[in-house]
Design a binder for this molecule. Structure first.
Ligand SMILES: NC(=O)C1=CN([C@@H]2O[C@H](COP(=O)(O)OP(=O)(O)OC[C@H]3O[C@@H](n4cnc5c(N)ncnc54)[C@H](OP(=O)(O)O)[C@@H]3O)[C@@H](O)[C@H]2O)C=CC1
Ligand SMILES: O=CCc1c[nH]c2ccccc12
Length: 283
């Protein structure tokens, strides 16, 4: 098995750069077997959310995997609409469902629609101080949201999880750069969108000569998914993905064995994405 690279957060904690998600295809489902398989295959970073309505099954999968808690990195996200005064109780309920004492990372799933963002962040800082979340961060935050938080934050968000793939790179590049310059590590979801949400487009075409070259230099099969993950890692992002198939789970983890892309290859993917700008998730 290959060992997944890690990315250092602004608080010095190392996070496995490849995460297995329980939203999208697993939303509202009993994902215990998927989680157990992902962990036993080598995933140690699990991405959950209160809104996915399957935290108890994530917890079940973790237990069934037999992997010690100390070797796992478990994330959940605050359900949209939870008020600042309810943050602690909602995380305590997630922990009860998981059967855990703490999460490694707790994210605000989406910025609040009202003007409570700074207050909400203060409540996130509270659950961090209580030891219920080792790190805190955000998701689906754009530049103005990040800047609003930074005005009053005592703790800089460790992570901003956003839709990130070559087709929205131009749209979110500034958010990623601002984050990296200020200690907020980007995490991507929807990273494989070109392969099945917009199959056969310019990005898929740009991936072909790259997979071919990497296959030649490594002497091993290299897939388009692995090249997309390498592209995301080169952008400094944690990759949040998922799969229902054992073969794909192994393929994802073997990204660690794929050689680096060249600057020209990264640029060719950027340029292919810019030909057909699009996003697939509602912000
Ligand atoms: N913070 C947020 O607002 C959001 C967070 N997320 C998180 O990110 C996770 C991953 O999101 P998601 O968008 O699903 O991630 P990806 O874009 O990585 O897509 C994963 C899907 O890609 C499919 N796939 C992989 N390789 C191929 C291929 N070669 N051809 C066709 N299909 C392929 C897999 O299907 P198969 O199962 O058949 O292998 C899998 O379902 C979620 O589970 C969730 O945890 C997601 C959305 C929003
Ligand atoms: O995480 C994926 C997208 C998302 C944002 N808010 C919600 C609420 C419920 C399910 C999914 C999501």
């Amino acid at each position: 098995m290959s060992s997944t690279p890690t990315i250092k957060l602004n608080n010095g904690i190392d996070v496995p750069a490849l995460a297995f998600g329980t939203g999208t295809a697993l939303y509202g489902k009993n994902c215990a077997d998927s989680i157990k398989l992902a962990i036993q295959s080598g995933f140690t970073h699990l991405d959950g959310a209160q809104a996915y309505r399957n935290e108890e099954f994530l917890g079940e999968g973790v237990k069934a995997s037999g992997k010690p808690r100390s070797e796992l990195y478990i994330v959940t996200k605050l359900k949209p609409g939870v008020k600042p005064t309810e943050v602690k109780a909602s995380l305590v309920e997630s922990l009860r469902l998981f059967g855990l004492d703490f999460v490694d990372l707790f994210l605000i799933h989406t910025p609040p629609k009202d003007d409570t963002l700074q207050e909400l962040w203060q409540a996130m800082e509270g659950v961090h101080a209580d030891g219920l979340a080792k790190s805190i961060g955000v998701s689906n935050f754009m530049l103005d949201h990040l800047k609003t938080i930074m005005q009053t934050a005592k703790i800089v968000p460790a992570v901003n999880q956003i839709e990130l793939h070559p087709y929205d790179w131009k749209d979110v590049e500034a958010v990623v750069k601002y984050g990296l310059e200020n200690g907020v590590v980007p995490a991507s979801y929807g990273g494989l969108s070109s392969l099945f949400r917009a199959a056969g487009g310019p990005v898929d075409q740009a991936l072909l000569p790259i997979t071919e070259r990497l296959q030649k230099v490594s002497g091993k099969p290299v897939t388009s998914s692995q090249v997309l993950f390498k592209w995301l890692l080169h952008k400094g992002a944690i990759v949040v993905t998922t799969s229902s198939k054992e073969a794909r789970i192994k393929e994802y983890l073997e990204t660690a064995l794929v050689p680096d892309l060249t600057v020209e290859e990264i640029q060719s993917i950027d340029e292919a994405g810019a030909k057909q700008p699009q996003m697939f998730f509602k912000r």
